[in-house]
Design a protein around this ligand. Structure first.
Ligand SMILES: NC(=O)c1ccc[n+]([C@@H]2O[C@H](COP(=O)([O-])OP(=O)(O)OC[C@H]3O[C@@H](n4cnc5c(N)ncnc54)[C@H](O)[C@@H]3O)[C@@H](O)[C@H]2O)c1
Length: 273
């Protein structure tokens, strides 16, 4: 998709981080951005920023992507009002703090899967027919580097992001003869509120502090990389140098990556005590 001018783009989780940056940059390119989030204040702030910049058009919707009925109602409202969309960016997601399988309350595991995995699947199903009917369309799903490697004490998040990757790669092949390009996004450490907004069981403050030591790419830079990937119809995009390195090492030297992950986990445990 070379041009976003006059395109209608749905972005979930647009009240913060990469979703907000994507919304601002796509509006700047002349798109009409339809933004959803469960965080009303964040969503209003994104809309304010876009209106102030004065380019593109923007509408906001309060939607919990962990609830199928809210997604279906959102899709119906959008299609009643706009008739079609050209791009769906499934960006909304949540994190979970360090906890082993036995420590995580099952309801939190289920919540995370509802938001990070089912949210992506339900949105895609709700908009798929209309996207296929467009001359040119795109579906962009946000996995993670945690969709490339297993991480101890991060099972629910890894499960959700591997699922998004599997869903997206399979969908891409299903849609290969259509006009819908499908992109799987694998961000590395991006400077957003994902850790702050997450569920935590241990030391929230230290977990957020630790996350800050891992981020190397700004949300604006990440959004620019994702938009470039949509333009190029990329199958997958590694966002940030850390993501590129992790992908390379996971294939070339998986044992080395495993040792590094275990060392990092020990360091994190020590810093939490
Ligand atoms: N920041 C990173 O380092 C990183 C790395 C890999 C993947 N990701 C993924 O990138 C995506 C964007 O995250 P971000 O880093 O910008 O984080 P963020 O917390 O800044 O933004 C995520 C947005 O999603 C919204 N959201 C969360 N749960 C929701 C729900 N149930 N319904 C509706 N909205 C909901 C939040 O309110 C927030 O506005 C997520 O899918 C995340 O898993 C982030």
């Amino acid at each position: 998709m070379k041009n976003f001018n006059q395109k209608i783009v749905v972005i979930t989780g647009a009240g913060s981080g990469m979703g907000r940056s994507l919304a601002k940059q796509l509006a700047e390119s002349g798109a009409t951005v339809l933004l959803s989030d469960k965080n009303e204040a964040g969503l209003n702030e994104t809309r304010r920023m876009i209106e102030e910049a004065g380019k593109g058009a923007c509408k906001t919707y309060l939607v919990d992507v962990g609830k199928r009925e809210e997604i279906d109602a959102f899709a119906k409202q959008v299609l009643d009002e706009f008739k079609y969309i050209d791009v769906l960016i499934n960006n909304a997601g949540m994190a979970i703090g360090e906890a082993t399988l036995n420590e995580i309350p099952l309801e939190d595991f289920e919540l995370l899967i509802n938001v990070n995995m089912w949210g992506v699947i339900h949105h895609t199903r709700a908009f798929l027919d209309i996207l296929i009917s467009r001359p040119e369309a795109a579906i962009v799903n946000t996995s993670s580097v945690f969709g490339l490697m297993g991480i101890p004490s991060q099972i629910p998040y890894c499960v959700s992001k591997y699922a998004v990757r599997g869903f997206t790669e399979s969908l891409r092949l299903e849609l290969v003869k259509t006009n819908v390009a499908v992109t799987c996004v694998h961000p590395g450490g991006i400077d957003t509120d994902i850790a702050k907004n997450g569920i935590h069981y241990k030391n929230r403050e230290k977990a957020v502090e630790h996350f800050k030591t891992l981020v190397i790419t700004s949300a604006d830079k990440a959004a620019g990389i994702i938009i470039k990937a949509i333009r190029k119809k990329s199958k997958r995009v590694m966002v940030g140098p850390d993501a590129k390195l992790i992908r390379f090492v996971s294939q070339a030297a998986p044992g080395l990556l495993e040792s590094y992950i275990l060392k990092k986990k020990d360091q994190l445990e020590q810093s939490m005590n």
